[in-house]
Design a binder for this molecule. Sequence first.
Ligand code: AMP
Ligand code: ZN
Length: 664
Amino acid sequence: MNIEQQIQSLRDELNQHNYNYYVLDNATISDFDFDIKLKELQELEAKHPEFFDANSPTQRVGGEVTKNFETIPHEYRMYSLENSYSKEDLLDWETRIKKLIDGDIQYTCELKYDGASISLTYENGVLVKAVTRGDGFQGDNVTPNIKTIKSVPLKLKGDYPEKFDIRGEIVLPFEGFIKMNEERIEIGEEPYRNPRNTASGSLKLQDSAEVAKRPLECLLYNLTGSNLGVNSQFDSLEKAREWGFKVPHAAKLTNSIDEVLEFIDYWNIHRHELPYETDGVVVKVNNLQQQEELGYTAKAPRWAMAYKFKAERVSTKLNSITYQVGRTGAITPVANLEPVELAGTTVKRASLHNADQIEKLDIRVNDEVYVEKGGEIIPKILGVDLTKRPLNSKPTEYITQCPECETELVRQEGEAQHYCPNYNGCNPQIIGRIQHFISRKAMDIEGLGGETVALLVNEGLISNYADLYELTKEQVIPLERMAEKSADNLIQGIEQSKSIPFERVLYALGIRYVGETVAKKLAKHYKSIAAIAEASEEALVNVDEIGVKIAESVRAFFSSEENILIINRLKAFGVQLEISAEQLIGQTDILKGQSIVISGVFESVSRDELKKLIEDNGGKVSSSISSKTSYIVAGDNMGPSKRKKAEDLKIVVIDEYEFLQKIK
Ligand code: AMP
Ligand code: ZN
């Protein structure tokens, strides 16, 4: 054996031992012998740097230091999951999806692991990158840290696809968590609060050698990519297992919601025997073609549903109620609680939502209240322990004036929230609006953070987002914690935001109810801010998916002289207030007013491409067939009940080639 072969054989052997130990939980070598072999490999590699391999088992010990994690886009979006809490919720879900797909439905049930989600990309059987979930569209590149986790295979076995992403959860099992805490207590440091936060914190440690010391695990649950050679969720889990991934064996294929409920009942009890935290069950439509037919909502797949185990609850005293003002002027009452331990964290505050909620639960200061922590970060109050109510207690009187600027609050009919109407003069609104303007999905201004915005407003340097574009370096340098370099970055970041495309600028303006999706719709339809500003409420409502509430809010925004002034200034500074020529390329009105249903599997285009083509040409993609459907573009395997419905309603079915011809 030559040196290279010797090195390779040691690597293979150590990889196999890692796999046996960390994935199969079945060690076949003593720690001592493992260490000897690892040392041997390290020495050989040190002597022969020409055979370096970033995926060698020696690289698991870490050592690479990352100062700033690079943000990279996910090739396939990482969606969130819809939640359910009861049998009824699950049955409702089944009813909804049965309307959209044909045939019997099988479900894969999996546990919902409580950790930090991660997306791993493999090419030719080698791990090439690991990215955190981030906002679902882009995340942080944490590859050096993930490589230190021994249950993440650096090289795959068997018959894997050339390129794919695999998603999973990084968890910190209880045992390792407890041990870490014992060590921390011994050196006089505060113990960590809970395994989940510690796991997600670990991913962002700068020194990967530190991460290597933490007993993290990676549990996989989803395969993403094209030409993966699998037909169902359950198969994909089995395949992933064959390639060397750790896929928990709890996953089960079931034939009905009743069987799903059995799975839930079983794990509701037995989850406490698992070595790591779980907070529910994820139910997924098993057949991948059915999954495709179901598609996604704006946030989550229609083909999956999380079932949350009942959350823990405790009772504690409500010390006071304070009121926060959001960027839209919405007032949120906050309960300040006597600190109490709940599900591994100390809870001090809880949201009370709005005046109705307080009234409905009759929540009063000094009450003993029940607090529950579900999936959300802020816990909620479920009710009051009336047996402990003090005798002199009086019902809560909701505030009538803004706690920040003392303006009389208003509450529009049908709205749950009170608002401070002092749009342009109320500090938290001004700050919040500018913070929204600069945020990642909006103008994405690098070098400017939320705290600096607050500082700039409080120092009187800016009072709306147009003012940003007049800031000078000399003005910001005197600010706290602002050095020459950071001032440069700030000014440069603002300058760069002038090239952000119109749809994002429209979103950045912070018009109430105009979120990302609506902004895109409006930008596409009207193509310029001037056209939107002139559009009547009626015209707006006629735009697809724009309701009365949105239309009213858009009208209100553009009927304010102050807003018009700000927009004119933005225009003068060179901010994009219309769709650019490049964006217009390939866009037509050929399919205007048409509602088109896509069904089946296609040869020459992907479903997503097809959707984009329809939308770019002014059409609307609809997920179910109705009398309003203009026609159906069908590929292979269009379901029989869809076909029947199309026939009954006499709706034309065309294939992809006919469709492509239409838009030529
Ligand atoms: P949520 O954060 O409540 O929207 O829940 C969605 C998250 O659940 C996903 O981003 C995953 O990180 C996590 N998750 C845990 N276990 C699973 C599983 N078996 N299948 C899908 N997602 C899971
Ligand atoms: Zn106010």
